[in-house]
Design a protein around this ligand. Structure first.
Ligand code: F7E
Length: 317
C-alpha cells in the first residue's frame, strides 16, 4: 500500500530534500507552508518536484490549522520541519522563535493526542541544544545548555516530544541535527554566504567578503543525507531520539580556506571580519558522537566538510 507523509514546513532546505526522497520511495507527499497559495516554493521548483507535492496551508502556531492539516492529508508519517531556523535572528525575534518552534511542535503533538491518531511523528531538533561542548563530543545523553532563544525553543520542543512519547505512548522522536548544508541553503547561513562570496570574487563581481568570528567550529554535513536519517527514524520498531551528524568538527576558517582554494584563491587576500556579525552569545565549539544512529539504524554521513564545500561550489552559477 502506498504510504502518505505530511511535511510541515516543506519549503525550506530539508523539507524540499525530504519531499524528493519520499517521492523516490513511492510515498504520496503532502507539504505545508503558512500560505500555500502565496508561497513560491522555489526549492521544490529547483528540484523539479513542485507539481508532485500536495501543497496545503498550515500555521503551526494555530492549533486548528494543524488539526485540519492532519485531517486533510491523512498521513501515516508527519515530519515537523517548520519554524524559525536562524540562531542569529532568534536574538531579535525571540518570541516568534519560541512560538514557531516550541508552540508549533506542541500543537502538533497535542493534535495527534487529541485525535488519537496512530501516526508517526519526527521532530527536527538541533545541536544548538547542547551549547558549547568541551573535549567530549555530544551524545544523546548530554545535558542541554542552550545559548540562544533558538536553542531554548528547540530544546523545549525536543523535551516535549520525549514527554508525549513517554506520557501518551506517541510514536514521536527527535533527530538532533548538527549543521547540514546544500545549494538550497539561504545566504543568511554562513556556509552559503562563503560559497557565494568566493564564487562572486572569483568571477570579479565582488571585492571582499565580511564575516564574523572565524575561530568557531562546527560539524558540517550534507543535507540530502540527513533527510534519509529522518525517514529511517520513523521506520524503527520503537521511537528514539538520535544525533544526526558526521562526527567531524572543523573550524570556520578551514571552511573559508577550502571555499577560496576551490577557485585557486588565497582567502587571506579577500576576507575581513567584523563584530557586526557577532551574536550576544555564540557556540565556539560544537562536536558530535553519531555512533548511536549508526549502531541502531546503520546510518552514517558519507559527505564530510570538504565534500560539502566541493558540492556547494559545483552548484554555483
Ligand atoms: C545546528 C544549527 O545550524 C545552523 O545554525 P548556526 O550554527 O548558527 O549556523 P550559521 O551558519 O548561521 O552560523 C554558524 C557559525 O558561523 C558564525 N559566523 C561567522 N560569520 C558569520 C556570518 O557572516 N554569518 C552567519 N550566519 N554566521 C557567521 C556564527 O556566529 C556561528 O557561530 C542552523 O541550521 C540552525 O537552524 C541549527 O539548528
Amino acid at each position: 500500500m502506498t504510504k502518505t507523509a505530511l511535511i510541515i514546513g516543506v519549503s525550506g532546505q530539508d523539507g524540499a530534500y525530504l519531499a524528493q526522497f519520499l517521492l523516490t520511495k513511492g510515498y504520496t507527499v503532502w507539504g505545508s507552508s503558512r500560505d500555500a497559495e502565496g508561497a513560491r516554493f522555489g526549492n521544490l521548483d529547483r528540484l523539479g518536484i513542485k507539481d508532485r507535492i500536495n501543497l496545503i496551508s498550515i500555521s503551526p502556531e494555530d492549533f486548528r490549522s494543524v488539526l485540519v492539516g492532519l485531517d486533510q492529508s491523512s498521513a501515516q508519517e508527519v515530519y515537523f520541519l517548520a519554524g524559525q531556523t536562524s540562531v542569529g535572528l532568534s536574538f531579535q525575534t525571540p518570541a516568534e522563535t519560541m512560538l514557531s518552534n516550541s508552540q508549533g511542535m506542541l500543537n502538533l503533538l497535542e493534535a495527534i493526542r487529541f485525535q488519537n491518531r496512530s501516526l508517526r511523528v519526527f521532530h527536527a531538533g538541533s545541536s544548538e541544544t547542547f551549547g558549547d561542548v568541551g573535549a567530549e563530543p555530544a551524545a544523546e545523553t548530554t545535558l542541554p545548555h542552550p545559548r540562544s532563544p533558538y536553542a531554548v525553543s528547540k530544546s523545549a520542543a525536543t523535551m516535549l516530544t520525549a514527554n508525549y512519547r513517554e506520557a501518551y505512548g506517541l510514536f514521536a522522536c527527535s533527530g538532533i541535527l548538527f549543521n547540514h548544508e546544500s545549494p538550497l541553503r539561504p545566504q543568511r547561513f554562513v556556509t552559503q554566504k562563503i560559497i557565494q562570496g568566493a564564487h562572486a570574487i572569483a568571477k570579479g563581481r565582488q571585492d571582499r567578503l565580511t564575516l564574523g568570528r572565524l575561530d568557531i567550529a562546527r560539524d558540517w554535513g550534507w543535507a540530502p543525507e540527513y533527510v534519509e536519517a529522518m525517514w529511517l527514524m520513523l521506520q524503527c520498531d520503537t521511537p528514539q531520539d538520535f544525533i544526526i551528524a558526521t562526527g567531524e568538527t572543523n573550524s570556520l576558517q578551514s571552511f573559508v580556506e577550502l571555499a577560496f582554494a576551490a577557485h585557486d584563491l588565497d582567502w587571506r587576500d579577500y576576507v575581513e571580519t567584523s563584530d557586526s556579525f557577532s551574536r550576544p552569545s555564540d557556540i565556539a565549539h560544537s562536536a558530535a558522537n553519531p555512533s548511536a544512529i549508526k549502531a541502531a539504524l546503520g546510518w552514517q554521513a558519507t559527505s564530510k566538510m570538504p565534500d560539502v564545500v566541493r558540492k556547494m561550489t559545483a552548484a554555483c552559477t
